[in-house]
Each structure stands twice: as structure tokens, then as C-alpha cells.
Design a protein around this ligand. Sequence first.
Ligand code: F0G
Length: 480
Amino acid sequence: MLNLTSFETPHHPRSHVNALVRLHHPFTEEDRLEAAIKAGWNVFQFPSEMLCGGDLLSDSGTTTMTTEQFSALIMGDESYGSNWGYFQLLETMGTTFGIDTGEWEIYLFHQARAAEHALFTHITGENLIIPANSFFDTTRANAEANRIDARDLVCEDFKNNPDYPFKGNIDLGALEQLLEDHHKQIPLVISTITNNTGGGQPVSLENIKATRALCDTHGIPFFLDACRFAENAWFIKEREEGYKDKSVAAIAREEFSFCDGFTISFKKDGLANMGGALAIRKNSRLTERYPNIFDNIRDHQILVEGHPTYGGLSGRDIMTITVGLETVVKEEYLKGRIGQVEEFGKYLRQLGVPMIEPFGGHAVYLDMDRFFEGTAMKREDFGGISLAALLLLKGVRLCELGAFAFGTYNPDTEEETFPLHNFVRAAVPRNKYEAQDLFYVADCIKGLYDQRDAIPRAIPVWGKDKTLRHFKARFELVDM
Ligand code: F0G
């Protein structure tokens, strides 16, 4: 049996920044145990002020803003209509994405899921299918809430080619087949760059171009889920033939040049704490099928978010996004950002912890099937949930994105269906931690990896039959 509060001795102390947080919040492991039990071992329900080890739950909205962003924030114009920052933002979106904003319909939202919700609500029809390399959890949920079949087409190289540099690519063969068989049911195709649910892996420009070409053959619009477009562009520069001498900024613009539209969360590569958008080319093929779509989405935006020139955001938020979008394509920033995640991954590799490699741009993904190999833990025991739950006791928070988050429970057969991937994700917030903090997290993971035989299983005592269940469920940890 695992002694819950003393399962490791980390080699790395926390950095001074984190140590300071700790001074203000002198929680003990016993305090955290009490809080974790109260939270039903659900990481989302655990109080963040107790996480002085490292909060790697998400890279979304968790960025530390730069001094330039804070300066711009002060200039935020809180007018109800046509605030000054809105026009600054349009200009920056034009420059960073390489688009002529006059030729696009641009809708601001408070975050990307609201943009996805608007888009999918106004894409109507019977038995619709939207193929993607992989859908993010809320993107899938938004599609499914509108009775759209969200279809993940993970490339074969993900499964068969361990060193493949673009494991985020869509499976072009599977897409071609689907388009041939069902093109009337397919309103658009999506490529998520980088592919968050598929290990934070990049998509090559070759794959983006080929997806676009297949869409062209069938007259179908092509969209990007562009949350991490700059990190994706960095990987293209580093890994794709013919791009090493191009700037990341130019590569980013090239990514957008192939799409008819995109959704984006500014909480990722907008380097901001809040914000999202939907953008659609005015001459895109989407209007052939949905002639009123622009008006419909505009009304939707006004009903749920506000005037189009602020779209659910304060003037301050808009200013921070404007500066964030300028910074994020700078190579000195991206080098540090991607380099830090890589350094974290390399240290975990040195400790022998099984992961998806190459490492993702914003996160490292621990591979739970290999982590528990040789132990009695089976997928239905939700070892990833237990691992993330136990790390809370060390003030560390990761997120299970695997058998529980993406699995489903069928109450009729009382059976679980499992997804392709079984990960626990350690997402690194931007501009927030030092390497030392990440090494502390890695040491804590290693502490549990060494005692993997003793890790209890996680029994969902509430919520396993719910949609989006990982946000809501409660667990008990029970010895194997
Ligand atoms: N698409 C992708 C690929 C995402 O990673 C996210 C969010 C969204 C859409 C939705 O954006 O949060 O602004 O509504 N991902 C976060 C994460 C939450 O932790 O990976 P949002």
C-alpha cells in the first residue's frame, strides 16, 4: 500500500517564485489530502492556491503576461461600441495571420468554445460529419451538441512511426475515402494545429496543403483550429524540408493562407488570459451551402456576447491580445517556450518515465498504457486519474486526457469504451515557470513511477455516465 503523503523525495526544490507562493500559503500535505478527498480526487475541483509545486493542468489562459501586455492593458478602451483596441486588434490579426481583414468576417468571442458553438449551431443539416486530425474535447462536445458526428482521422504514422516529426497530421487516405463516400454530409474539414488531444503534435504544411487540395476536389471548406498556430509554425521551421530559412512569422501566415476559416483561442497563442475568435473568408465556399451564415453568426454573437466590436471581452482584454499576437511569432520567445517543454521532457525521459515523443509544443504527455505496463492496473482502473490525483498531494496538478476523459460509459451494457490515446498531460503555462519548477514536477512523477505497483485504482463514484465527465466526476482511490 502506498503511503499517500510520503511517496517521494524530490531532488529539485521549487524556484524562488514558487517558494514565495508557498510562504503565503503554508499548506501541508495533510491539508492537501483533506482538500483532495473533499474534491472527490477531481483535479478540476482542487483549490489552486494549494498548488505550489506546479499547476500544469492547462496552458490555456494561464500565461504570465509580459510588461508590454500590461502596459497595453492600461490603454484599454472600455467604450461599448467601436473601442479603439478593436481596430488595433484587427490590424494585428491582419499582420500576424497574413489576412486582409476586409475580406473576412471576424467575430470576437470570450473564448474559443463560444466561437465553435456559434459556428456549429449555424451549420445545419441531416447526418453531418466533420472530419479532423483530432477534435479537442469541448470542440467535439460542441459539434456533438449540434448532432454533428466529429470524426478523428489520426494519421497512421502516429501509431506506427515513433520518430515521425508530424504526428498531428490528418490521415489523408482516410479523409479521401470519407470525402468520396460522404461529401454531401461534410460541411467542412478541420485541422487542429498543433493537435492537442493527439499529444500536442504539429501538422506539416505539406499535410495542410494536401488537406486543402482534397477539400477543393469536393468543393468543401477547410478550417483550422488555430489555437497553437505559432507553436505549429515553429515546428515546421525546425522539422519540415524547405522551411528552415523562412521566418516563423512567414510560416504562420502560410498556414492561414490555405484555410477558408478558423477558430482560435487567444488563451493559448494569443498569450492572453481570455479571448477567442471565429474568422471566415467572405468568399468562402461555406456560403454556397449556408447563404445566411454570416448574418446568423453575427446575430448569435450579439445575443450571447455583445456588440461585434468587443464580443464578450473587455477593452483591456482586447489590448493584451493585440500585443500577445505580435509577441507570439517572435522566434526568441518560441525558442524559449518550446525549448522549456523539451527540457522538461528530456529530464522525464532521463528518469525513465514513458511519454509520447517527440514532445508536444505546449505539453508533455505521459503514456499511461506504458506507465502501468507489467502492473495489475487496467484501463478500466483509470490509473491516469489516480496518478494525477496523487500528485495533488505534492502541490502538483496535471490532467488526465485518456481512458476516463475520452472514454464513455454505456449504462445499458454497463461497459466502458476506451479511446485511442491514454495520456496524462503536463501542460506548461507560458512565461510562468522556471526549469527548476518543472524538474520538481518531474521528480514527483518519478516518485510515483517507482511505486507504480502500489498506485491505487480510481473508482468513479459519481458522474461516469455524464457528458464531459472528466470535469464533473468524483472518485475514490482504492488499493489494487
Ligand atoms: N481547441 C483546442 C485545440 C484547444 O486546446 C482548446 C482549449 C479549445 C479549442 C477551446 O478553447 O478554452 O478558449 O474555449 N484547450 C484548453 C486545454 C482548455 O487545456 O487544452 P477555449
